[in-house]
Design a protein around this ligand. Structure first.
Ligand SMILES: C[S@@+](CC[C@H](N)C(=O)[O-])C[C@H]1O[C@@H](n2cnc3c(N)ncnc32)[C@H](O)[C@@H]1O
Length: 288
């Protein structure tokens, strides 16, 4: 195990169960890409849905080079990338202290912008299941001790609970099959500290009159079949039992996108600090 790996593991409080480090070649590539504190593991499998449905977007190195273009990401979101990125960042905070977890790399400059909001002693961990994505992100970030890129699976973070003040899921949930989506939300809730905030930005079912609804239906049908679940259900319905999930929801672009904010609250019981997951209070006006 490299010193970098130890650092990252200690910092994130993550114990990668039964996983072995990747070979030297992968680690060397990580270092040359400027990936700091990379907890590489050779034994972490690529989820089947990624290999089967998203090989062209994330898995293949050529795909990464092709798709990580600001104008293309923006076009895929009909010109809404900056708006949705900023909606996510604003929900995380104008300035961001403490520990933040971004689950899944994101094309474009979301992580760079997130980093710019970090206070001096803040920490940002970015977890992705694909080394090629972490390498790509590492190349885009300047060296920064506050930022760690970690190899891990959203549905099983193998990390101690109650570690983070904020967790961000940006356009991740619609890609996942239901069981893994539930697991990823369960993990996000589990690793949040009491009082911590979960921020989700993803697709949302627009009204029948939305001019892009038929097009998005075809896109989902041919490319992103699990996204239909986010049209058919509220995200609350995938949250862990007992989380009593009520999100503060805001929709964008005529209801095609949504931002959800959920806060894990701690309630002290008579016998000491008893943690309970409960509803978040409305903290912003519903969208007009
Ligand atoms: C978060 S989504 C973001 C999609 C968005 N359209 C963009 O612009 O990148 C895609 C990222 O999530 C990662 N990812 C997908 N499933 C994952 C999982 N189970 N665990 C960790 N990362 C995952 C992919 O490797 C990819 O880097």
């Amino acid at each position: 195990m490299t010193a970098g790996m130890t650092d990252a593991r200690d910092r994130a409080g993550c114990i990668r169960r039964g996983l072995v480090p990747t070979g030297d070649a992968v680690l060397a590539r990580m270092r040359s890409a400027g990936v700091h504190r990379f907890t590489a593991t050779g034994a972490l499998p690529v989820p089947r849905y990624l290999e089967r449905l998203y090989w062209w977007a994330y898995v293949h190195p050529v795909a990464v080079r092709l798709f990580d273009r600001a104008w293309l990401v923006d076009a895929i979101l009909f010109g809404n990338f900056a708006r949705l990125r900023d909606a996510a960042l604003d929900a995380l905070g104008e300035t961001i202290s403490g520990r933040t977890l971004q689950v899944g790399c994101v094309y474009g400059n979301l992580t760079q912008r997130l980093r710019e909001r970090l206070t001096g002693d803040a920490q940002l961990d970015v977890v992705d299941v694909l080394p090629v994505q972490l390498e790509n992100l590492g190349r885009k970030l300047p060296p920064d001790e506050r930022v760690a890129l970690l190899h891990g699976d959203a549905s099983s973070l193998a990390c101690a609970g109650a570690q983070y003040d904020r967790v961000l899921l940006f356009f991740l949930l619609h890609e996942m099959p239901e069981n893994l989506r539930r697991a990823a939300l369960g993990e996000a809730v589990r690793v949040l500290k009491p009082g911590g905030r979960l921020v989700i930005v993803d697709y949302h079912l627009p009204s029948r009159l939305h001019p892009l609804r038929p097009l998005m239906h075809q896109v989902f049908r041919h490319l992103e079949p699990h996204a239909f679940d986010l049209w058919a259900h509220r995200v609350e319905q995938f949250m862990p039992r007992g989380a009593q999930a009520t999100f503060v929801k805001r929709t964008y672009f005529g209801g095609l996108y949504q931002r959800l904010v959920w806060t894990r609250q701690a309630v002290s019981g008579a016998s000491g600090a008893v943690e309970r997951l409960m509803n978040v209070k409305r903290e912003e006006a519903p969208p007009k």
